[in-house]
Ligand binder design. Structure first.
Ligand code: ADP
Ligand code: MG
Length: 342
């Protein structure tokens, strides 16, 4: 029956739900609109995102996940209940078996909070967790069972996670709080400095997606954005070029490169040599930035590839991971952080 086994990618920017036999059925922004007066939920996901920056004071639009972990527990739970309910039907008596991802570096407490939120939202107990890089690798169809090193880099909204994986285990990982959001911020700051124009976060993201490139492109694209002139205080339209966006993003991109480098430096030689042979695989929404693969190949000197459907990998991988629970548990170290209460 459908809806019984599901994989959840609880991201800072987007929540995706994969249902075995049906594929990714939910892909919505992790945004919730809450009425201040009595804390009731006004809207979740796409509907709530439409309200970002446009609500009256009495309604607040919240992103309940920050840096890959839960920042606002009750809102996260409500959001999960809404999404899980969409799949199972609100009055279903059969609770779905859930696998949810957590960042590789989370603490036991943070992980427990994610499990609790899933269970409170209707998942069968215990809600299972899988480290995000492993889910990403499985979803990217990397043969993670083999005793070979594979490097996966997931660039999301709030966080970039780089990891080397072998035999269902994470050998080395590094997580930095620099990813898509930081690129948007860098663009906002650049436009403010260079054009005296204040733009919102959605406009900055639009610029990044429309004309952004990690390395300078031969063809310089342009894009017009509207914002508020810092000097006159009035609305103004400015044309921005992709070279400018590329420049604006360089520092943040270097921080992402730094995380990859740091993982490679700590990877045991046999596995590092596998990575050199097999290349680096990119997942997450940030993998869609133009030429990000080229920048990484240039800077690290190892070929870099973008996974098919990079934004879906974590959810798909989490769903598939439900079938390999034993192998995943076997690969966990005897004590540590993210699996403390597995
Ligand atoms: P999370 O796992 O944190 O929820 P996602 O993997 O969904 O994040 O990625 C979201 C990020 O990907 C956002 O910062 C978004 O701007 C970025 N993104 C999505 N599409 C593109 C694109 N075509 N080019 C560049 N960045 C993109
Ligand atoms: Mg993600």
């Amino acid at each position: 029956m459908f809806g019984r086994r599901i994989g959840v990618d609880l991201g800072t920017a987007n929540v995706l739900v994969y249902v075995k036999g049906r594929g990714v059925v939910i892909n919505e922004p992790s945004v919730v609109a809450v009425a201040q007066r009595d804390n009731t939920i006004v809207a979740v996901g796409n509907d709530a995102r439409e309200m970002l920056g446009r609500t009256p004071g009495a309604i607040q639009v919240i992103r309940p996940m920050r840096d890959g972990v839960i920042a606002d527990y009750l809102t996260t739970e409500a959001m999960l209940r809404y999404f899980i309910g969409k799949i199972t039907g609100r009055f279903s008596l059969i609770k779905p078996e859930v696998m949810v991802c957590v960042p590789a570096g989370v603490t036991g407490v943070e992980q427990r909070a994610v499990q609790d939120a899933c269970e409170a939202a209707g998942a069968r107990r215990p809600a299972n967790v899988v480290p995000e890089p492993l889910a990403a690798a499985i979803g990217a169809r990397i043969p993670v069972a083999a005793p070979h090193g594979h490097m996966i880099v997931d660039i999301g909204g709030g966080r970039t996670e780089a990891a080397v994986i072998s035999m269902y285990g994470i050998v080395v990982s590094e997580s930095v709080r620099v990813a898509g959001d930081r690129l948007d911020e860098a663009i906002t700051n650049y436009v403010k400095r260079r054009h005296n124009l204040l733009i919102g976060e959605r406009t900055a993201e639009e610029l990044k997606i429309a004309i952004g490139s990690a390395v300078p492109m031969e063809e310089d694209l342009t894009y017009s954005v509207r914002g508020r002139d810092q000097i006159t205080g009035l609305p103004k339209t400015v044309t921005v070029t992709s070279i400018e966006v590329c420049q604006a993003m360089q520092d943040a991109l270097q921080a992402i490169i730094g995380a990859i480098r740091s993982v490679l430096e700590r990877t045991p030689p046999e596995l590092a040599s596998d990575v050199v042979d097999r290349g680096i695989v990119l997942t997450g929404g940030g993998a869609l930035l133009r030429n990000i693969d080229r920048l990484i190949t240039q800077e690290i000197g190892i070929p870099c590839y973008i996974a098919d459907n990079p934004t879906d990998c974590v959810a798909i991988g989490a769903g598939i991971a439900l079938e390999h629970l034993d192998l995943i548990k076997r690969a966990r170290p005897p004590e540590g952080e993210w699996f403390a209460s597995f």
